[in-house]
Design a protein around this ligand. Sequence first.
Ligand code: UDP
Length: 407
Amino acid sequence: MREPKKIIHIEDFEPYAGAETVERIIRKAKPLRDTHVVHVNSTYYGGGVAEVLSAKTLLMNSLGIRTGWRVIQGSPDFFSVTKKMHNALQGDAIGLTERKLRIYEDVIYENVVRNHLNHDIVVVHDPQPLAMIRHYRKYGPWIWRCHLDLTRPNREVMRYLRPYIERYDAVILTLEEYQQKFRTPQIFFFPTINPFSIANRELSEEEISERLDHYKIPDDLPLVVQVSRFDHWKDPVGVIEAFRIARKEADCTLVLLGNVATDDPEGEKVYQSLMDSREERIIILSVQDSALVNALQRRAAVVLQKSLREGFGLTVAEAMWKGTPVIGGNVGGIRYQIEDGKNGFLVSSVQEAAARIVRLIKDRKLNRTMGERAKETVRRKFLLTSSVERYLDLFGSFETSYRFVKK
Ligand code: UDP
């Protein structure tokens, strides 16, 4: 039998975050030792929330905070309703019929029956499990963490969700500008990436080539890459259009890599709708392979994240961490990740995206400088240590109201 691999520890972050930050985090975790925390979301893989939770829950345990992770189950009908809520929170119209609400509330209740949540702290992610709170007796604070772009939420969905949201003790949103008129206190911080994950760890040139060869991805021409769930908010059609314009001036290959999350029933349809665009130099792949994500983000000349709405683009931070310049949609959290013209480019149209692709392919010096600045931005702001510290601060702030700490 083999020894299990070592999980990440806060000390591993010292080279990136510095000794002072590491010590401060250890100090903040101490009074919270043995606190029993659970995170609840709706998928183990595919999408940023699962990615964030897999690293954070491990690191929190290694800091002595007993942190678990539950995933709710749901029928395709349920996830179709919750994806509509997700879309509506990002601004789409929604028709919340009696039938849809029944599906939502019934599946929520089934999950409540199965999940005995008597933890000191419960953190619920995004709209899918949001309403569970209605059925529990609280033993400590409940926190709702919403990862979505709440720039212009649809009123109807907010009207329905608000009574649930206001039962929480705190709401975490990514940006201050997503703030809503809730009675519940709202705090704001960015999601972060784990530099040691398979998607982000260092790779040798041989390892990168091996992954690309495995999927028969040619790298004889500069690679233009977007890695995203197949979702219309990620604008895959706009990426293909921008690539088609750009390659008239700078020859290149486009790779669109995506996956389909179990809580996102629209993915397969979006993927199928792109099939007709495939050709020798437009490669569209639907696979879940984190090492391939890593290899593509490293080998790419340019990474795109041409989202039309984006709470925060983990893929943006991941590519920047690898020193690859990113062209991002000028929306939501991406505007706080990319400083236009400094560590990447922000774009608002297909034409702009095409022009930036050409520039970054042709101007190698600019490409390198932006990539270096991008990596430094992530080191300072978007590594796991930042969000872990913000969670510890939040947990610590409940000490007096709930007294769960020294129970
Ligand atoms: N991802 C992946 N494979 C794919 C597409 C995405 O592993 O084919 C990962 C990606 O590396 C990132 C996460 O899924 O960690 C997506 O998070 P992001 O915040 O960019 O978008 P979301 O899907 O949450 O809207």
